[in-house]
Design a protein around this ligand. Sequence first.
Ligand SMILES: O=C(O)C(=O)C[C@]1(C(=O)O)C=C[C@@H](O)C=C1
Length: 404
Amino acid sequence: MAASSVERSGIATTPFPRHVVSKRFPSDHFPKPTLNFEIRSRRCRIGLTLASLRSSDESTSNRNYGGGHRNLVGGAMELESALEDFPYDVESKDMHTLPRPLSSNHLSNSVSDGSRLRVAYQGVRGAYSELAAEKAYPNCEAVPCEQFDTAFEAAERWLVDRAVLPIENSLGGSIHRNYDLLLRHRLHIVGEVKLAVRHCLLANHGVEIEDLERVLSHPQALDQCENTLMKLGLVREAVDDTAGAAKHVALHKLKDTGAVASSAAAGIYGLQILAHDIQDDSDNVTRFLMLAREPIIPGTDRPFKTSIVFSLEEGPGVLFKALAVFALRQINLTKIESRPLRMQPLRASDDGNGGSPKYFDYLFYVDFEASMADQNAQNALRHLKEFATFLRVLGSYPMDTSMT
Ligand SMILES: O=C(O)C(=O)C[C@]1(C(=O)O)C=C[C@@H](O)C=C1
């Protein structure tokens, strides 16, 4: 077996860490599913690609929500306007005036015409995201999408009813891309689902562990199995999703290459499982967000969580003040993430050094344990709005309190 030439470097949560060779398969390896929503049966399983979504513009334009797709890529002006028309008005005490909220059927498995709920996920069949979509919406029709962006767009353009996307993992940390996409798109978080992720080392039949020189998988999955893969001395190569890695190994009958993926993927692509539970920690859990075009009416009948994003003026103790609005009201925070405010990544300083770029602007994503129907939470956000330069509620939704 070849000795591993890879080195650990950088931060574990970087989407494509430097020690992983980022690889995209040529399109002829994975024939991209084509999409024609007008002529195909709603019930057939179809994959979505960004290209297919773009070409479906015409056929779907009259179904666009809120006047069509809006580009909200960063920028203070755009963020301000995003706040203006967000249905959760933190100034308003009357939550019943929210436009077009989802009723309790957001948790049911069918849409109003009785057909199955169509749920977009990123990856191909056998991806953990597909398992998460099916856990979130049992009996749904899970619709594979090539990229996270595709899943967001598919939901936004009414091609699917929901999207289920990973946001954080207990070992690998945050999925930054999805934090950024939450702001860029107009979807609402209507739920969360936690999935126990148990990775297997897969290979073609007849291949032994000793035959393997490299292993393919999603970068998060490679991170989650880092110790095991280092011990085996395997060169790691990042691909779009775990099941896609399994499919590639099977399709090309590779003898020196394995895949890190689910046992479901092994079954689907006819691979053997060389090792079970190869993640570095047996408690490996990924949290997925359930996204919809409309928000749900927040309740107080069960534990709720609220996700917000805000930005602040620069200054000493400003973040401390922002977080204090929750501490003062005994509201527990479950997650905080900061992301650079894109399109305006650098702010010129005015301290007389010639206006050269000095520091960064950030967006802060916070999850807290309270419902927007709760007066205490509304007061906290009203307080935060006094000094936040931008504030948006991404969703207020029932907490997944299951043990996965
Ligand atoms: O590649 C997959 O199977 C996925 O569903 C993606 C993904 C991720 O993005 O984190 C989901 C769960 C696991 O944490 C590993 C990979």
